[in-house]
Design a protein around this ligand. Sequence first.
Ligand SMILES: NS(=O)(=O)c1ccc(CCNC(=O)Nc2ccc(Cl)cc2)cc1
Ligand SMILES: [Zn+2]
Length: 259
Amino acid sequence: SSEVFSWKFLHPLWQSPLTIPGGTRQSPINIQWRDSVYDPFLKPLKISYDPTTCLHIWNNGYSFLVEFDDSTDRSIIDGGPLENQYRLKQFHFHWGAMNDWGSEHTVDCKFYPAELHLVHWNAVLYPTFEEAVMEGNGLAVIGVFLKLGACHEGLQTLVDALPAVKHKDTVIEFDVFDPSCLIPSCPDYWTYAGSLTTPPLTESVTWIIKKQPIEVDENQLEAFRMLLFTSDGEEEKRMVDNFRPLQPLMNRTVRSSFQ
Ligand SMILES: NS(=O)(=O)c1ccc(CCNC(=O)Nc2ccc(Cl)cc2)cc1
Ligand SMILES: [Zn+2]
């Protein structure tokens, strides 16, 4: 059907079409717990990060990215639903203006105030991240929900650095951080075939969504919300609501590693 174009189809933040023409495995999605299928052949996820591979924090005008040296296999994940090991490239968050929303994925239609994405790429099969982004098995992203609760000590070291990257296109050196402190101890996860949730929205992501959220406190969420979408000197726009709307499940099954 030749849908009449309307600006309402464009995402306010990404200025790109909300739906990818022909997209069959778009993210994020709602995870309906009772429709997920236990897969006994799913392995435990193996995570081994070298904290010294941490490089810097960068405000890219949409979120803040903590980027890692991915020139070797020093920070990797393996096992779980994955057929190769994947290298850690960066992690970032999505959050809301209020605690009632902010995550990209939902569980039984429940939003969390924020969601962490640890982005890995298949360096076994592909020479660069940019090429992996274009391949169906190119990326693996671990999603961790953040819920309001106790102060998260490990996150606090990151929060303390955020004022230095308040504006778009600012960077601060951040040279020792172990992101495994942000991953809940419970091994349970859901997994499904999806996409990047921001441009280029390519259908290249094996999503691994942890069942257990981590707890952060109000001050830590507020620290995210004091970041700016805008550059220094521009009219200030607070960096909030940087999440994509839910996408249709279409012909996909969400598998669980737990019964
Ligand atoms: N949200 S994801 O894990 O599917 C995702 C992972 C990697 C990319 C490519 C690198 N670019 C990037 O990370 N950009 C970005 C991140 C957060 C926001 Cl809010 C906006 C833009 C894009 C999306
Ligand atoms: Zn993300």
